[in-house]
Design a protein around this ligand. Structure first.
Ligand code: B1M
Length: 215
């Protein structure tokens, strides 16, 4: 089966909210030797975005979006399960990662977490809707090297700025590298708020984190 056909099936599984078809596609992709992270980003993630666009146009209702998002998370967890090879790689650094307060979107953050873990990063995933104070407390408690935040709403991006201010107010800004991401977040925004780094997607996040850990 071609890569294009597998990607098409992954998109369709999300649109149809069909977990079994999704898992079957993952198994077929694995058999074909396809990179499962690629299937996740080009297939399943594209599917959830299409469902989101339908919701945005008023063609789909919120329960359908929630159902598709649940299937998307199942697919992400299933790929994680199949990708884990059980071998312990040397820990290269510690990163605290959260979706900011007021924001429940955690699918993309979950993908970033999974990919970073495969590269030997000790990721402390604080979940979603996490207040800035908690993020900083956890970074301090875990002696993190990097603090990463994800924001999917234009209204919650401001929390990434608040994080920078919280670090400055506590006099610990220089202790940490910070990284921001999420669909509405840009390199320009990162620069404007004084974040150390920005990544557009999970693969770029890995590259940036590995760079930050060697600086
Ligand atoms: Co919502 N939602 N949603 N939603 N949702 C969006 C974001 C929206 C664009 C949809 C739309 O209207 N077209 C819109 C935001 C508009 C805006 O602010 N500009 C929106 C809205 C409005 C809402 C609600 C307000 C809807 C309502 O209630 N009326 C509500 C908000 C709730 C809240 O947060 N307080 C809401 C709710 C939901 C669901 C719960 C139904 C569900 C989330 C389920 C979940 O995450 N557990 C949901 C979903 C699924 C979406 C869409 C369809 C898909 C998001 C997603 O998972 N994308 C989205 C529309 C869209 O994106 N087209 C939408 C796939 C994911 C793999 O991509 O998250 O971008 P992404 O992550 C990427 C990169 O951004 C990057 O790497 C990831 C992987 O490559 N990245 C990082 C992410 N974090 C990073 C961190 C990094 C580095 C890179 O470093 C730290």
């Amino acid at each position: 089966m071609s890569k294009e056909a597998l990607i098409k099936d992954a998109i369709s599984a999300i649109k149809q909210c069909d977990a079994e078809a999704g898992k079957e596609t993952v198994r077929k992709a694995q058999k074909e030797g396809m990179n499962l992270i690629e299937l996740l980003s080009e297939g399943f993630s594209a599917g959830i975005r299409e469902v989101g666009d339908g919701f945005g146009r008023g063609e789909l209702f919120l329960p359908e979006l929630i159902m598709a998002a649940d299937i998307m998370k199942d697919m992400s967890a299933y790929i994680d399960e199949l990708s884990a090879d059980g071998s312990e790689s040397a820990v290269k650094g510690t990163m605290v990662l959260a979706t900011v307060e007021g924001d429940v979107h955690d699918i993309g953050k979950g993908i970033v977490v999974s990919l970073l873990r495969t590269q030997g990063i000790n990721v402390i995933d604080l979940g979603r809707d996490v207040p800035v104070k908690t993020i900083v407390d956890e970074a301090e408690a875990n002696s993190a090297d990097i603090i990463g935040t994800s924001a999917l709403l234009t209204t919650t991006m401001v929390q990434q700025k608040n994080l920078e201010e919280e670090l400055k107010n506590r006099g610990i800004r220089e202790k940490y590298k910070t990284m921001v991401g999420g669909a509405p977040v840009t390199k320009r925004w990162a620069k404007r708020i004084g974040a150390t780094s920005y990544a557009e997607d999970a693969a770029e996040a890995v590259d940036r984190v590995l760079e930050l850990l060697t600086q």
